[in-house]
Design a protein around this ligand. Structure first.
Ligand SMILES: Cc1cc2nc3c(=O)[nH]c(=O)nc-3n(C[C@H](O)[C@H](O)[C@H](O)COP(=O)(O)O)c2cc1C
Length: 214
């Protein structure tokens, strides 16, 4: 069984958060071996408008009518078994780009229903200061997952809610220097890979059991 893990980087740059996501995704790919596929998406240069509550998706069966760089992401989101959502900390929260992205997922769960309900996710937050709101940013991602029907997978003892890093505003080098974060990122990658596998195998078994019951 092939598992797909999609990594989303909510920074408008490819710098420290991108590096953190790379570390986690490399670890996930290693854990999955030949069984898996991983893909990283950066928001650098992308235009993702926030949901404007026009409700067109409610009337047309769940298609967002805003045409921008989110359009091509819908299929990727549906095809993935698991996600790694990585955001820089902006004002102790996710970036506006990441927030817009989560709002645009509305048709996949809240409107069309159930498109994301068998998927799992974990979070990465990267701040420029040591205690700059990383935990709140992970919390915002957890909450976004809850509103989208995605099952959240936390971290390990020491970083319960997800991987958090301190970049010192030094880009990729800042992440490589934060050895505690590097360890957490690798652990998170392994853990989400295991859950991608559990989700993919469990979904197939659950679908079979439900079909037999009918
Ligand atoms: C508008 C803005 C707001 C920020 N707010 C915070 C903050 O609240 N806490 C923090 O630790 N760092 C904050 N930072 C710093 C970034 O989180 C930090 O530089 C991060 O490494 C950027 O990620 P990137 O290199 O992937 O773009 C902010 C940066 C910007 C541009």
């Amino acid at each position: 069984m092939k598992c797909r893990i999609l990594g989303i980087c909510g920074s408008p740059r490819t710098a420290s958060t991108w590096r953190g996501l790379q570390i986690a995704m490399e670890s996930a790919a290693e854990e999955l071996g030949g069984e898996g596929e991983t893909e990283l998406v950066s928001f650098k240069g992308k235009r993702i408008e926030p949901c404007n509550h026009c409700n067109a998706c409610k009337k047309n069966g769940g298609t967002c009518v805003i045409k921008d760089d989110m359009t091509e992401l819908y299929d990727k989101l549906i095809e993935a078994d698991a996600f790694v959502f990585a955001s820089p900390v902006y004002v102790m929260n996710v970036t506006p780009q990441m927030s817009a992205f989560f709002s645009r997922m509305r048709p996949l769960h809240a409107v069309k229903g159930g498109k994301l309900k068998d998927k799992v996710a974990t979070a990465i937050a990267v701040g420029g200061t040591r205690h700059g709101g990383q935990e709140q940013t992970v919390g915002a991602i957890v909450n976004a997952c809850l509103t989208r029907g995605i099952v959240y997978v936390g971290g390990e003892p020491g970083f319960y809610s997800g991987a958090m890093a301190w970049s010192e505003d030094k880009g990729a080098a800042g992440i490589d220097a934060d050895l505690i974060a590097v360890d957490a990122l690798k652990c998170s990658g392994k853990r989400i890979a295991r859950w991608a596998r559990i989700s993919a195998l469990g979904k197939a078994a659950a679908d079979k059991a439900e079909a037999e019951k009918k």
